[in-house]
Design a protein around this ligand. Structure first.
Ligand SMILES: C[S@@+](CC[C@H](N)C(=O)[O-])C[C@H]1O[C@@H](n2cnc3c(N)ncnc32)[C@H](O)[C@@H]1O
Length: 496
């Protein structure tokens, strides 16, 4: 019974887009996470079919069940391996079983199909884990990539080296590769499950989609820096940031949700993170002038979003829900913009990464564009020229990710950088990723860790304050002159 109560609760939240399905399941602390995820995932997949069955049998009226509870129960009764509960619910559902079964059978006859799966509209996305590779981020606070590879080889996995093209990420059985873009990411076949693996339990590896590793990698705060993770829970990106900072410096992490923050605390402990300061606080109310934050130079902002990029959350965007969706997107975008504007007020801020797991431009390019118009002291840094999917024009400095083009969940990342003192002070970013597209000869090198490069410094050294239009496109007056000068430099200078 507990399984169905929890599944119904999560299904309701997922269908109301109150969070990503996986996160909701893992946050639930249910004892059999795998069983819960499978049930909610499959029920959500067949949600519209189950709704139709429930409506045509008038099940809710006769049983007084809530729609979400009815869906999970009917799913297991008709499409799963039978009900996993006894007692009054089982008796009640068995009473209605034959009527429910005959509605399902009629639907199949009407559509001329024999399997439940064929009732789903063509193109319905399959389970996330079935299509996307299993990405693993090596936690460098506890181990190294080489040691992890060796351990996995001894554990029966077959290492194929570093991937060189996207196709290399399509793997079978126990083969694995090192990712072609992110050096600390290993890639496995979609069905690989590490939840019970020693490396996962010991915090040596973090199960994190590749796209969600981009924000910390691109922000690349140096050890010793002070940083804010504005909407931090459950903390995968926080632990990545701490690893990049080698646990040196300070990460101020905020989240509104106490429960998620508690989960985060456990995850950070397991990951060996020690430089964090967690606060159950509304980031919008954090005082940017407080002396506590006087040294904050980096901010990661990964605010609540529609989650429309999460493969398992995608729906059929039915016209009925469109108006509701639009209103929700408008409200999310306005929240995201407020967070961004607030973040840019921290007095010593140098660089900020904004990310979402949304595919809607309203939450991505439009938020960033509006923010840059309101904050002309900031501009976009061109990111990872070798990444296959860019932000929508004209924001091609930003990155997008998708199942088709990057074999990840849908994602968006922008890196904003502050102009310094009306251009008098030169500032050189230490992120290797801001490579302008016009220098293709340097793109093939694919350095393992963001480190200063000639090209990126172009994007941050221009000393003119841009017009809003220049801010949006990242074009900076005087760029060519700078490039010539920089060509002679071989090594990267640290930031200031
Ligand atoms: C997309 S999730 C963050 C995921 C996280 N960055 C990670 O990688 O694990 C967004 C988070 O923002 C939190 N949140 C929403 N509004 C907030 C606010 N005003 N201040 C702080 N946190 C907020 C939510 O509770 C949620 O945990």
């Amino acid at each position: 019974m507990a399984l169905y109560v929890k599944a119904a609760e999560i299904l309701e939240k997922a269908e109301n887009k109150q969070g990503a399905l996986k996160t909701l399941v893992y946050d639930s602390k249910f004892k059999n996470i795998k069983q819960l995820f499978a049930l909610v995932f499959e029920t959500q997949k067949f949600s519209s079919i189950l709704q139709e069955i429930i409506e045509s049998t008038k099940l809710l009226k006769q049983t007084k069940l809530s729609i979400h509870l009815a869906k999970v129960l009917v799913h297991d009764l008709l499409m799963g391996r039978g009900l996993k509960c006894g007692g009054s619910w089982k008796t009640m559902m068995m009473k209605h079983r034959s009527r429910l079964q005959s509605v399902l059978a009629r639907m199949k006859v009407k559509q001329g199909v024999s399997k439940n799966i064929d009732l789903l509209p063509a193109g319905t996305v399959g389970p996330a884990g079935v299509r996307l590779p299993r990405y693993v981020r090596v936690n460098t606070l506890k181990t190294t990539v080489d040691d992890t590879v060796d351990y996995l080889k001894r554990d029966g996995f077959s290492y194929l080296g570093k991937a060189s093209k996207l196709e290399d990420l399509t793997l079978k059985a126990k083969y694995f590769v090192r990712d072609l873009h992110l050096p600390e990411v290993l890639v496995f076949s979609p069905k690989t499950d590490f939840h019970d693996h020693f490396l996962y339990k010991a915090g040596h590896i973090i199960l994190q989609d590749k796209a969600s590793c981009l924000p910390a990698y691109l922000l690349n705060p140096p050890p010793g820096s002070h940083l804010i993770d504005a909407c931090a829970a459950p903390g995968n990106k926080t632990s990545h940031l701490a690893a990049i900072m080698k646990n040196k410096g300070r990460v101020f992490a905020f989240d509104l949700d106490a429960k998620r923050l508690a989960t985060m605390s456990t995850l950070l402990l397991r990951a060996g993170v020690t430089c964090q300061q967690l606060a159950n606080q509304d980031f919008l109310k954090v005082d940017h002038d407080s002396s506590q934050f006087k040294d904050v130079e980096y901010i990661l902002l990964d605010p609540s979003c529609s989650g429309s990029g999460m493969v398992c959350l995608r729906d059929d965007d039915s016209t009925a829900g469109e108006e509701k969706n639009q209103a929700r997107l408008t409200s999310l975008a306005s929240f995201q913009l407020r967070c961004l504007n607030h973040a840019l007020k921290f007095p010593r801020l140098k660089r900020l990464v904004y990310s979402t797991c949304s595919i809607h431009s309203q939450e991505n390019e439009e938020v960033v564009t509006a923010c840059l118009q309101q904050n002309p002291c900031f501009r976009l840094v061109p990111l990872l020229a070798q990444w296959p999917e860019r932000g929508l024009p004209p924001l091609n400095q930003c990155l997008r990710a998708s199942t088709d083009k990057t074999r990840t969940h849908g994602f968006f990342v922008a890196l904003l950088e502050k102009y310094t003192d009306a251009g008098k002070t030169k500032q050189k970013p230490e992120v290797q990723t801001s490579i302008p597209e016009e220098t293709p000869q340097d793109l093939s090198q694919g350095e393992e860790r963001p480190a200063g490069s000639e090209e990126e410094s172009e994007a941050s050294e221009a000393d003119d304050k841009p017009t809003p239009a220049a801010v949006q496109t990242g074009s900076t007056p005087g760029k060519k002159k700078k490039r010539k000068k920089k060509k002679k430099k071989k090594t990267a200078a640290p930031v200031e």
